[in-house]
Design a protein. Structure first.
Length: 205
């Protein structure tokens, strides 16, 4: 059997830019819009998803030759659910305020399309090391996108960053931005910007 080759640079370029889960693949939209009202929430959700992505990719890659094809999706969900439970317990034990703020969206990581998509399209077809790197890259891309969205919404909608007031005394926050409608507008604008930048880059190449 030929040794599998992979490019670390390509894996991370895909996760952060070319196949960014939020800005390009448009996955995980529900949690993205719901938790991106503050940067702390965005980082907490991003790191939680990254943790689950890395470990579920690793285990699915290790077990890929032993999981029957007919029950592979159910098996993936069981593996993912186990790691989501670990994340939920860690947050509740050590960062209860963040766990309360993220609420139901931590358990709902189980059905996050990003994780199941990477399990099916990558981890089930590759060796453990590239699968771990793929989980790390996609998690980094998801976290980075969440932080950008969260920072814009928190700054414009509340005048704060990380809960600290950073705007001048006369600044009037645009409360609409931290509402669901504002989330859609910010997300749509950023997706359009990323798509435009990618199309320009392709033309230059």
């Amino acid at each position: 059997m030929a040794k599998e080759t992979f490019s670390v640079k390509k894996i991370f370029k895909d996760g952060l830019l070319d196949q960014n889960p939020i800005f390009v693949q448009l996955l995980g939209m529900c949690s993205t819009l719901a938790v991106s009202t503050t940067v702390i929430n965005g980082i907490g959700m991003g790191l939680s998803v990254t943790f689950v992505l890395v470990l579920s990719n690793l285990f699915i890659s290790l077990l890929r030759n032993y999981i029957p094809s007919k029950i592979r999706i159910a098996s993936y969900i069981v593996i993912i659910a186990g790691f989501v439970t670990v994340v939920d317990m860690i947050l509740q034990a050590y960062v209860p305020s963040l766990a309360e703020s993220l609420g139901l969206f931590i358990p709902l990581i189980v059905v996050n399309c990003i994780i199941l998509a990477r399990a099916e399209s990558f981890a089930s077809k590759h060796e453990p090391l590239p699968s771990v790197l793929d989980g790390l890259a996609m998690g980094a891309g998801f976290t980075a996108a969440l932080v950008v969205i969260s920072a814009l919404r928190e700054l414009v909608g509340s005048g704060t960053l990380f809960g600290i007031k950073v705007t001048p005394a006369g600044f009037s926050p645009a409360v609409l931005v931290i509402s669901p409608v504002g989330g859609f507008l910010i997300l749509g604008a950023l997706i359009a910007l990323v798509q435009w930048l990618q199309s320009r880059r392709k033309k230059e190449d």
